[in-house]
Design a protein around this ligand. Sequence first.
Ligand SMILES: [Zn+2]
Length: 345
Amino acid sequence: MALYAELHRHLGGSIVPRVFWRYLIRTGHPLADQYPEYDQFEAFFTRPRKSLTEYLELHSLVESVQTLETIPYFVSKLVRGAYVFEGICYLELRYTPFYRTTKSRPDAWRIEQMRDIARLVAQAGHSEIYPIIMRQIFCMHSKLPYEINRAMLELAAEEQDIVCAVDLAGPDVHYSERMDEWIELFSRARSLGLKTTGHLYETVDGCDPRLLPYLDRIGHGIQIPLLYPELLPEVADRGQCLEICPTTYLKTGTLPNLMAVREVFQRCRAAGVDVAICTDNAGLHNVRLPWEIENLLTSDIIDFKMLNRCIDAAFRHAFAWPAAGRTPRALLSEMLTPRPAEHLF
Ligand SMILES: [Zn+2]
């Protein structure tokens, strides 16, 4: 079995359609009346959207049912699937904890509840039957006010046993007008020992170079090699890895087909920029990591040499992989290497 590190996956997009549909049916959710048959629901859930903004509305739908009561169900199912079907041994799961708190309560109360949410996610992600290493990334959100993003960041810093980094997510059309705020927040995160990543250079609206120096990894970043290749040398100098999620670009309408992704891999390779292959929303897409990889291989977007480079890069750039630069591949190879029998010497 291959062993993968998944660096970019959203809790809101991790729930595969069948698990989500079963939940809706069981709880009598209004959507279950609209889609009483699974096939219809899957078609609705996984169809491509016209833009990133429209695509993110689907996240809001899933987020609305992920509460303190239901998180154990959803997280335990996604960990089970990652282990059994995907060969994932290390997972960084990202989400906006504020959006999982009780909506009817005042903001101050909801901010307090975020700690319970984070601890519950960690607890639900721990399984002796399906053991994977899971850490959380908190997504600051472009639609949330500064105070709430700041509170998520401070909580992340206090819970570094379970939270390894902060991210910036949400509609990227809102990034530039608040850039001073994002820079301050990401600087603060780093000063507190947190790692950083951000959804940046994903669409043409989210291309702002001012935030780049404050990121350890870049969420997507595909527009750098495609539209701003002059930035590649500085990305390489900073040792930043691009988290590439191919199916997303088709579902959000960012790219017309996967051919442009080949350029992304090749230009990054030529510039010495590492790339990790990720799923973003394996559930919403119904495309798990091994299938994401198989699609790239069978479409001739990458070859096996590139694939192996990307698999190893994911472990090298993982924020909390405990084996310090040593991949599962290297560890297994060491175990398989015949050693001279000691009694002969
Ligand atoms: Zn994402």
